[in-house]
Design a protein around this ligand. Structure first.
Ligand code: ADP
Length: 316
Protein backbone atom coordinates (compact mmCIF):
# COMPACT_ATOMS: atom_id res chain seq x y z
CA UNK A 1 0.00 0.00 0.00
CA UNK A 2 2.90 2.28 0.70
CA UNK A 3 4.12 1.60 -2.81
CA UNK A 4 0.76 2.46 -4.31
CA UNK A 5 0.51 5.77 -2.49
CA UNK A 6 3.94 6.79 -3.70
CA UNK A 7 2.63 7.11 -7.29
CA UNK A 8 0.04 9.51 -8.66
CA UNK A 9 -1.74 8.08 -11.67
CA UNK A 10 -2.21 10.31 -14.70
CA UNK A 11 -3.85 9.78 -18.04
CA UNK A 12 -4.36 6.47 -19.73
CA UNK A 13 -1.60 5.84 -22.25
CA UNK A 14 -3.16 2.86 -23.89
CA UNK A 15 -4.83 -0.46 -23.52
CA UNK A 16 -3.25 -3.74 -24.37
CA UNK A 17 -4.61 -7.17 -24.68
CA UNK A 18 -4.46 -7.84 -20.98
CA UNK A 19 -3.57 -4.55 -19.33
CA UNK A 20 -4.27 -0.85 -19.15
CA UNK A 21 -1.32 1.47 -19.07
CA UNK A 22 -1.35 4.83 -17.28
CA UNK A 23 1.20 7.56 -16.95
CA UNK A 24 2.22 8.33 -13.40
CA UNK A 25 4.65 10.30 -11.32
CA UNK A 26 5.94 10.18 -7.79
CA UNK A 27 3.89 12.23 -5.39
CA UNK A 28 7.15 13.76 -4.22
CA UNK A 29 8.45 14.53 -7.73
CA UNK A 30 6.09 15.38 -10.57
CA UNK A 31 8.81 15.84 -13.18
CA UNK A 32 9.80 12.20 -13.75
CA UNK A 33 7.20 10.13 -15.55
CA UNK A 34 6.52 6.44 -15.13
CA UNK A 35 4.17 4.03 -16.84
CA UNK A 36 1.97 1.91 -14.61
CA UNK A 37 0.79 -1.25 -16.27
CA UNK A 38 -2.30 -2.50 -14.52
CA UNK A 39 -2.82 -6.14 -15.28
CA UNK A 40 -6.29 -7.55 -15.08
CA UNK A 41 -5.70 -10.73 -13.19
CA UNK A 42 -7.57 -13.86 -14.10
CA UNK A 43 -10.18 -14.68 -11.43
CA UNK A 44 -8.76 -18.12 -10.60
CA UNK A 45 -5.34 -16.69 -9.91
CA UNK A 46 -6.43 -13.93 -7.59
CA UNK A 47 -5.75 -15.86 -4.40
CA UNK A 48 -2.51 -17.12 -5.86
CA UNK A 49 -0.84 -13.77 -6.12
CA UNK A 50 1.33 -13.97 -3.12
CA UNK A 51 4.66 -12.60 -2.25
CA UNK A 52 6.16 -15.77 -3.77
CA UNK A 53 4.72 -15.23 -7.21
CA UNK A 54 5.60 -11.57 -7.12
CA UNK A 55 9.14 -12.57 -6.32
CA UNK A 56 9.52 -14.01 -9.77
CA UNK A 57 8.46 -10.74 -11.32
CA UNK A 58 10.61 -8.80 -8.90
CA UNK A 59 13.54 -10.76 -10.20
CA UNK A 60 13.19 -8.68 -13.34
CA UNK A 61 13.83 -5.58 -11.28
CA UNK A 62 17.36 -6.79 -10.93
CA UNK A 63 17.78 -7.18 -14.67
CA UNK A 64 19.09 -3.69 -15.23
CA UNK A 65 20.30 -2.91 -18.72
CA UNK A 66 19.89 0.06 -21.08
CA UNK A 67 18.00 -2.12 -23.57
CA UNK A 68 15.63 -3.75 -21.12
CA UNK A 69 12.62 -1.87 -19.82
CA UNK A 70 13.23 -0.86 -16.25
CA UNK A 71 10.76 -2.28 -13.78
CA UNK A 72 10.82 0.06 -10.82
CA UNK A 73 8.47 -1.85 -8.59
CA UNK A 74 5.46 -4.14 -8.47
CA UNK A 75 2.50 -3.91 -6.17
CA UNK A 76 -0.88 -5.54 -5.98
CA UNK A 77 -3.99 -3.66 -4.91
CA UNK A 78 -6.95 -4.67 -2.78
CA UNK A 79 -8.91 -5.99 -5.76
CA UNK A 80 -5.85 -8.10 -6.57
CA UNK A 81 -4.74 -6.38 -9.70
CA UNK A 82 -1.08 -6.46 -10.47
CA UNK A 83 0.57 -3.11 -11.03
CA UNK A 84 3.94 -2.89 -12.68
CA UNK A 85 5.67 0.47 -12.35
CA UNK A 86 7.78 0.75 -15.47
CA UNK A 87 10.07 3.24 -17.08
CA UNK A 88 8.10 5.66 -19.29
CA UNK A 89 8.80 5.06 -22.99
CA UNK A 90 6.99 7.59 -25.15
CA UNK A 91 8.36 6.58 -28.58
CA UNK A 92 5.90 3.83 -29.40
CA UNK A 93 7.18 0.49 -30.57
CA UNK A 94 9.20 -0.92 -33.43
CA UNK A 95 6.16 -2.43 -35.14
CA UNK A 96 4.69 1.03 -35.60
CA UNK A 97 7.88 2.18 -37.34
CA UNK A 98 8.07 -0.92 -39.55
CA UNK A 99 4.44 -0.56 -40.60
CA UNK A 100 4.56 3.17 -41.22
CA UNK A 101 5.88 2.58 -44.74
CA UNK A 102 4.47 5.89 -45.97
CA UNK A 103 6.04 8.12 -43.34
CA UNK A 104 9.01 6.47 -41.65
CA UNK A 105 12.18 6.00 -43.65
CA UNK A 106 15.01 4.02 -42.20
CA UNK A 107 18.15 2.51 -43.64
CA UNK A 108 20.70 -0.16 -42.93
CA UNK A 109 22.58 1.93 -40.37
CA UNK A 110 19.34 2.31 -38.40
CA UNK A 111 18.57 -1.40 -38.65
CA UNK A 112 22.07 -2.18 -37.42
CA UNK A 113 21.70 0.15 -34.46
CA UNK A 114 18.30 -1.30 -33.49
CA UNK A 115 19.54 -4.86 -33.93
CA UNK A 116 22.63 -4.16 -31.79
CA UNK A 117 20.44 -2.81 -29.00
CA UNK A 118 18.08 -5.77 -29.26
CA UNK A 119 20.95 -8.26 -29.24
CA UNK A 120 22.64 -6.62 -26.24
CA UNK A 121 19.37 -6.67 -24.29
CA UNK A 122 18.73 -10.32 -25.08
CA UNK A 123 22.34 -11.21 -24.33
CA UNK A 124 21.96 -9.60 -20.92
CA UNK A 125 18.81 -11.64 -20.22
CA UNK A 126 20.52 -14.86 -21.20
CA UNK A 127 23.62 -14.08 -19.14
CA UNK A 128 21.27 -13.77 -16.19
CA UNK A 129 19.43 -17.00 -17.00
CA UNK A 130 16.24 -15.27 -18.10
CA UNK A 131 14.51 -16.20 -21.35
CA UNK A 132 12.17 -13.64 -22.85
CA UNK A 133 10.19 -16.07 -25.07
CA UNK A 134 8.04 -13.44 -26.73
CA UNK A 135 10.36 -11.19 -28.70
CA UNK A 136 8.54 -9.39 -31.52
CA UNK A 137 8.47 -5.86 -32.91
CA UNK A 138 5.56 -4.67 -30.75
CA UNK A 139 7.43 -5.71 -27.61
CA UNK A 140 10.35 -3.48 -28.51
CA UNK A 141 9.51 -0.07 -27.08
CA UNK A 142 11.28 3.11 -28.00
CA UNK A 143 12.62 5.59 -25.45
CA UNK A 144 12.78 9.36 -25.86
CA UNK A 145 16.50 8.87 -26.53
CA UNK A 146 15.68 6.70 -29.54
CA UNK A 147 16.97 3.60 -27.77
CA UNK A 148 15.09 0.33 -28.00
CA UNK A 149 13.99 -1.49 -24.87
CA UNK A 150 12.90 -5.07 -24.57
CA UNK A 151 9.51 -5.10 -22.85
CA UNK A 152 6.67 -7.39 -21.91
CA UNK A 153 8.35 -10.28 -20.20
CA UNK A 154 5.97 -13.19 -20.02
CA UNK A 155 6.00 -13.67 -16.26
CA UNK A 156 3.48 -11.01 -15.41
CA UNK A 157 1.30 -12.05 -18.27
CA UNK A 158 0.94 -15.59 -17.02
CA UNK A 159 -1.50 -14.18 -14.46
CA UNK A 160 -3.37 -12.09 -16.95
CA UNK A 161 -6.88 -12.40 -18.19
CA UNK A 162 -6.93 -12.11 -21.96
CA UNK A 163 -10.28 -10.39 -21.94
CA UNK A 164 -10.40 -8.69 -25.31
CA UNK A 165 -10.42 -10.69 -28.52
CA UNK A 166 -6.87 -11.22 -29.58
CA UNK A 167 -5.47 -9.68 -32.68
CA UNK A 168 -2.83 -11.42 -34.70
CA UNK A 169 -0.10 -9.03 -33.92
CA UNK A 170 -0.40 -9.18 -30.18
CA UNK A 171 -0.49 -12.90 -29.52
CA UNK A 172 0.97 -14.11 -32.74
CA UNK A 173 3.10 -17.20 -32.94
CA UNK A 174 4.95 -15.87 -35.99
CA UNK A 175 8.16 -15.35 -34.05
CA UNK A 176 8.31 -18.80 -32.47
CA UNK A 177 11.07 -21.25 -33.34
CA UNK A 178 10.46 -24.75 -34.70
CA UNK A 179 11.46 -26.50 -31.45
CA UNK A 180 8.45 -24.96 -29.73
CA UNK A 181 6.07 -26.22 -32.43
CA UNK A 182 7.65 -29.64 -32.00
CA UNK A 183 7.12 -29.35 -28.23
CA UNK A 184 10.72 -29.86 -27.25
CA UNK A 185 10.80 -30.67 -23.54
CA UNK A 186 14.03 -28.75 -23.09
CA UNK A 187 14.73 -25.49 -24.77
CA UNK A 188 16.93 -22.54 -24.07
CA UNK A 189 18.16 -19.18 -25.23
CA UNK A 190 18.01 -20.35 -28.84
CA UNK A 191 14.23 -19.71 -28.80
CA UNK A 192 14.91 -15.98 -28.39
CA UNK A 193 17.64 -16.04 -31.05
CA UNK A 194 15.15 -17.31 -33.62
CA UNK A 195 12.75 -14.50 -32.71
CA UNK A 196 15.56 -11.96 -33.00
CA UNK A 197 16.20 -13.35 -36.50
CA UNK A 198 12.51 -12.84 -37.34
CA UNK A 199 12.70 -9.21 -36.18
CA UNK A 200 15.88 -8.73 -38.24
CA UNK A 201 14.23 -10.11 -41.40
CA UNK A 202 11.10 -8.03 -40.78
CA UNK A 203 13.09 -4.82 -40.30
CA UNK A 204 14.82 -5.39 -43.62
CA UNK A 205 11.81 -6.57 -45.64
CA UNK A 206 9.27 -4.36 -43.81
CA UNK A 207 6.96 -7.32 -43.83
CA UNK A 208 6.46 -10.30 -41.56
CA UNK A 209 8.97 -12.98 -42.50
CA UNK A 210 7.27 -16.14 -41.23
CA UNK A 211 3.57 -15.47 -41.14
CA UNK A 212 0.53 -17.68 -41.47
CA UNK A 213 -3.14 -16.92 -40.96
CA UNK A 214 -4.46 -18.60 -38.95
CA UNK A 215 -1.21 -19.22 -37.10
CA UNK A 216 -1.90 -22.86 -36.30
CA UNK A 217 1.09 -25.06 -35.54
CA UNK A 218 0.70 -26.88 -38.87
CA UNK A 219 0.53 -23.63 -40.84
CA UNK A 220 3.51 -22.17 -39.01
CA UNK A 221 5.66 -25.27 -39.49
CA UNK A 222 4.70 -25.08 -43.17
CA UNK A 223 5.82 -21.46 -43.35
CA UNK A 224 9.15 -22.35 -41.70
CA UNK A 225 9.71 -25.27 -44.11
CA UNK A 226 9.07 -23.01 -47.10
CA UNK A 227 11.20 -20.10 -46.01
CA UNK A 228 14.03 -21.86 -44.16
CA UNK A 229 13.82 -25.58 -44.95
CA UNK A 230 12.21 -28.75 -43.62
CA UNK A 231 13.67 -30.04 -40.34
CA UNK A 232 15.04 -33.55 -40.84
CA UNK A 233 17.34 -35.92 -38.94
CA UNK A 234 20.10 -34.75 -41.27
CA UNK A 235 19.90 -31.05 -40.48
CA UNK A 236 18.65 -31.53 -36.90
CA UNK A 237 19.69 -34.78 -35.23
CA UNK A 238 16.96 -36.02 -32.86
CA UNK A 239 14.17 -33.89 -34.31
CA UNK A 240 11.97 -36.86 -35.19
CA UNK A 241 11.94 -37.93 -31.52
CA UNK A 242 10.37 -34.69 -30.31
CA UNK A 243 6.85 -35.05 -28.94
CA UNK A 244 5.18 -32.72 -31.41
CA UNK A 245 7.24 -33.68 -34.46
CA UNK A 246 5.17 -33.74 -37.64
CA UNK A 247 6.52 -36.39 -40.07
CA UNK A 248 7.03 -35.25 -43.66
CA UNK A 249 7.10 -37.47 -46.76
CA UNK A 250 10.56 -37.60 -48.27
CA UNK A 251 9.09 -36.15 -51.46
CA UNK A 252 7.84 -33.09 -49.59
CA UNK A 253 11.07 -32.23 -47.82
CA UNK A 254 12.20 -28.71 -48.72
CA UNK A 255 15.97 -28.40 -48.73
CA UNK A 256 17.52 -25.95 -46.30
CA UNK A 257 17.82 -22.64 -48.12
CA UNK A 258 21.34 -21.71 -49.07
CA UNK A 259 23.16 -18.42 -49.06
CA UNK A 260 22.12 -17.49 -52.62
CA UNK A 261 18.47 -17.73 -51.71
CA UNK A 262 18.88 -15.56 -48.61
CA UNK A 263 20.96 -13.07 -50.60
CA UNK A 264 18.18 -12.74 -53.15
CA UNK A 265 15.69 -11.87 -50.47
CA UNK A 266 17.92 -9.79 -48.16
CA UNK A 267 20.61 -8.40 -50.45
CA UNK A 268 20.30 -5.03 -48.69
CA UNK A 269 22.06 -6.32 -45.55
CA UNK A 270 25.04 -7.57 -47.53
CA UNK A 271 26.82 -10.91 -47.28
CA UNK A 272 27.81 -10.45 -43.66
CA UNK A 273 24.31 -9.47 -42.62
CA UNK A 274 22.87 -12.46 -44.42
CA UNK A 275 25.46 -14.70 -42.79
CA UNK A 276 24.36 -13.51 -39.34
CA UNK A 277 20.70 -13.86 -40.25
CA UNK A 278 21.19 -17.42 -41.49
CA UNK A 279 22.94 -18.39 -38.24
CA UNK A 280 19.93 -17.12 -36.30
CA UNK A 281 17.68 -19.28 -38.48
CA UNK A 282 19.51 -22.57 -37.98
CA UNK A 283 16.69 -25.13 -37.67
CA UNK A 284 18.52 -27.18 -35.03
CA UNK A 285 18.54 -25.04 -31.87
CA UNK A 286 21.89 -26.56 -30.94
CA UNK A 287 23.38 -25.30 -34.19
CA UNK A 288 21.78 -21.83 -33.92
CA UNK A 289 24.20 -19.10 -32.90
CA UNK A 290 24.07 -17.92 -29.31
CA UNK A 291 23.67 -14.28 -28.37
CA UNK A 292 27.35 -13.93 -27.51
CA UNK A 293 28.36 -15.36 -30.87
CA UNK A 294 25.87 -13.07 -32.59
CA UNK A 295 27.41 -10.03 -30.90
CA UNK A 296 30.89 -11.02 -32.05
CA UNK A 297 29.82 -11.24 -35.67
CA UNK A 298 31.81 -9.12 -38.17
CA UNK A 299 28.58 -7.55 -39.53
CA UNK A 300 28.49 -5.05 -36.64
CA UNK A 301 31.80 -3.46 -37.57
CA UNK A 302 31.29 -3.57 -41.35
CA UNK A 303 29.97 -0.52 -43.20
CA UNK A 304 27.61 1.12 -42.62
CA UNK A 305 28.29 1.74 -38.94
CA UNK A 306 25.18 1.76 -36.74
CA UNK A 307 23.33 5.08 -36.44
CA UNK A 308 23.79 7.14 -33.33
CA UNK A 309 20.74 7.21 -31.04
CA UNK A 310 20.01 10.86 -31.81
CA UNK A 311 19.91 10.09 -35.55
CA UNK A 312 17.45 7.19 -35.32
CA UNK A 313 14.06 7.65 -36.98
CA UNK A 314 11.17 8.60 -34.68
CA UNK A 315 7.49 8.09 -34.86
CA UNK A 316 5.36 10.74 -36.56
P1 ADP B 1 0.20 -4.65 -26.02
O1 ADP B 1 -0.83 -5.53 -25.40
O2 ADP B 1 -0.15 -4.15 -27.38
O3 ADP B 1 1.60 -5.22 -25.91
P2 ADP B 1 0.65 -3.02 -23.73
O4 ADP B 1 -0.34 -3.60 -22.80
O5 ADP B 1 2.08 -3.34 -23.48
O6 ADP B 1 0.24 -3.30 -25.21
O7 ADP B 1 0.51 -1.44 -23.73
C1 ADP B 1 -0.61 -0.79 -24.23
C2 ADP B 1 -0.23 0.60 -24.70
O8 ADP B 1 0.28 1.37 -23.62
C3 ADP B 1 0.87 0.57 -25.73
O9 ADP B 1 0.38 0.57 -27.03
C4 ADP B 1 1.62 1.85 -25.46
O10 ADP B 1 1.04 2.92 -26.20
C5 ADP B 1 1.40 2.13 -24.02
N1 ADP B 1 2.57 1.75 -23.20
C6 ADP B 1 2.92 0.52 -22.77
N2 ADP B 1 4.03 0.52 -22.03
C7 ADP B 1 4.44 1.81 -21.98
C8 ADP B 1 5.55 2.50 -21.37
N3 ADP B 1 6.46 1.84 -20.64
N4 ADP B 1 5.65 3.82 -21.55
C9 ADP B 1 4.73 4.49 -22.29
N5 ADP B 1 3.67 3.92 -22.89
C10 ADP B 1 3.50 2.59 -22.75
Amino acid sequence: DAERRKYVKGKKLGSGQYADVFSAHLSTNPSTLYAIKKIKVIEDFKDGITYDSLREIRFLQELRHPNIILLHTVYSTKNQNLNLVLEYLPGGDLLQLIQDTGGTHYGMADIKAWMAMLCRGVYWCHSNFVLHRDIKPNNLLIAASGEIKLADFGLARSFADPAQPMTYNTITKWYRPPELYYQAAHYGGAVDVWSVGCVFAELVGRRVFLGAIPDTDVNMVGAICNAVGTPTEDNWPGVSKLRGYIPVDAADVKPVRGKEHWMQQFRAVGELGVDLMMRMFALDPNARCGMEQALRHPWWTAEPRPSRNEDLPRRG
